[in-house]
Design a protein around this ligand. Structure first.
Ligand code: AHR
Length: 512
């Protein structure tokens, strides 16, 4: 009996004594065990002829009083260069399946106009077409990603587009390009074969689209062809398409995945700025969902493509809130707060941690639409909290993902719980380690302790994005409320990192 009591006391001391000293948030970064590369293209963008994304956001025309380079805004260009945009998707989205590229080439004054029935019924004058978009990408130093019109276009039209931009032969389309002032081909690598073909791209079944895909892909001679995926919860779409294309490996290099976080439901998505803690929680929880959802889609792909030749291309992602009152609701213009910065960090950490399969991601959208990195009003520009996350996370581009073992406190609302901390880590070519951390809990700070294995770092430096209010944002003509600031609450001693994370923040640490 006495022995039993002594044993009980010993076990009690071991369990509770040890736990009392430990931070509940512990993680291990394995500094020498990285295998997969975080493709720089995970930091890609999406642009569409929607609202003021192209017109007003990127393109103001050569005669505009707003300073521009061949019609492209200089301020937007400079801001985008600073975050090292690697790839840009265009012309849609749903718009792509109504777009006929030949309307957008040749002298601008001769280009036909049409009504953009997909987005707001505004007149599209085609002044921004293939040459202008590819010029924009060249100025930016980014790779273009073109989506061909499957829904209302033809295979010939798609094939001709590839020839027009990529051929160096004495061929009709290459000669037409030369006639329009461009001698060298652009060599566009990424080609999307339709967009959301389950919905706005043609309301197809996966069985039907698999055949359409194979037919288009056979004749479009692009190097890297991307198939339109289903909705995030439609695992049957992924299964059906992977099965139907499994013997046609040369026809498919990418499988597209779209995910939008909405706070409530598609009818009432939630206000972008005026929200309470429960709405903050919903947004975090719905974003965290993609961690398991990507695993589900990747597991299906693994069965048909165990060598992981086909990339998962998350070519539309972000927060989708109710449009700003007073604007055309079809323009999908929304403000961007600290909440968007924290979810952007969560999305990007999840994409990084799935980089063995996720080879590209494109935030929706680049300027003035949904979770933009930039907002413009006439000649003014705002860099959003999401912009600063891209700036901070650029350190992960092309680096090697480091495995992490994580124990995180939970952040709960009512009966719902999510992990309070989100992390990803990488090692760059110079051996520097970057650890990006988000505290999803807007009410309480977190203490973290971290063992860093396999490297002998001497020093840690850091940066932080946070603000006093959950809904702090940057606005035209006002000082910035949300930006990157130095962070010094991380200490490194004997391979052990201790970090005090404020509530609702995104932190990037560099270990050298
Ligand atoms: O990004 C807005 C729209 O969302 C895109 O056009 C479409 O692909 C998606 O449904």
């Amino acid at each position: 009996m006495k022995n039993n009591i002594a044993l009980f006391i010993l076990v009690f001391i071991i369990i509770y004594g040890v736990n009392a000293q430990q931070s509940p948030n512990t993680f291990i970064v394995y500094g020498d065990s990285g295998k997969s590369t975080i493709s720089k293209n995970i930091y890609g963008h999406f642009t569409e002829h929607l609202g003021r994304c192209i017109y007003g956001g990127i393109w103001v025309g050569k005669n505009s009083l707003i300073p521009n380079t061949r019609g492209i805004r200089n301020d937007v260009l400079a801001a985008l260069k600073a975050i090292r945009v690697p790839v840009v998707r265009w012309p849609g989205g749903c718009f792509a399946d109504t777009y006929h590229w030949m309307d957008g080439i040749g002298p601008a004054e001769k280009r036909p106009k049409f009504v953009n029935t997909t987005w707001g019924g505004v007149v599209e004058d085609n002044s921004f077409g293939t040459h202008e978009f590819l010029d924009f990408c060249e100025l930016l130093g980014a790779e273009p990603y073109l989506t061909v019109n499957v829904g209302s276009g033809t295979i010939k039209e798609a094939r001709d587009w590839v020839e027009y931009v990529n051929s160096d032969n004495d061929s009709p389309m290459a000669n037409l390009r030369r006639l329009n002032g461009r001698k060298e081909p652009w060599n566009v690598k990424f080609w999307g074969i339709g967009n959301e073909t389950w919905g706005c791209g043609g309301n197809m079944t996966p069985e039907y689209y698999s055949n359409v895909y194979k037919q288009f892909s056979t004749f479009c001679l692009g190097k890297f062809k991307i198939l339109s995926g289903g909705t995030s919860d439609d695992l049957n779409w992924t299964e059906t398409i992977m099965r139907a294309t499994k013997n046609h490996g040369d026809l498919i290099q990418g499988y597209s995945y779209h995910y939008y976080t909405i706070c409530h439901n598609w009818e009432k998505k939630g206000d972008a700025v005026n929200f309470n803690e429960s709405e903050w929680f919903n947004t975090m929880q719905k974003t965290a969902f993609i961690d398991g959802n990507l695993d589900q889609h990747a597991a299906i792909m693994d069965r048909y493509d165990p060598e992981k030749k086909i990339g998962l291309i998350a070519d539309e992602w972000g927060n989708w809130f109710d449009p700003e009152p007073g604007d055309n609701p079809a323009f999908l213009y929304q403000q961007n707060t600290l909440r968007d910065a924290v979810t952007a960090a969560l999305f990007l950490n999840i994409f990084n941690n799935h980089c063995d399969r996720v080879r590209m991601a494109n935030i929706a959208q680049m300027v003035n639409v949904l979770q933009s990195v930039i907002l413009t009003k006439d000649d003014k520009i705002v860099l959003t909290p999401t912009y600063y996350v891209f700036k901070m996370y650029a350190a992960h581009q092309g680096a090697t993902l480091l495995p992490i073992k994580m124990n995180s406190e939970q952040y709960s609302q009512g009966n719902d719980k999510i992990q309070a901390i989100s992390i990803s880590a990488s090692k760059d070519n110079n051996g520097k380690i970057h650890i990006s951390i988000a505290n999803l809990d807007p009410m309480s700070e977190k203490k973290l302790s971290c063992e860093v294995h396999g490297i002998s770092a001497k020093k840690v430096t850091g940066e932080i994005i946070t603000a006093d209010k959950m809904n702090a944002y940057n606005d035209f003509g006002k000082p910035e409320e949300v930006t990157i600031k130095p962070f010094s609450d991380a200490q490194l001693r004997n391979g052990m990192l201790t970090i005090n994370l404020p509530a609702k923040c995104v932190v990037m640490l560099e270990l050298d």
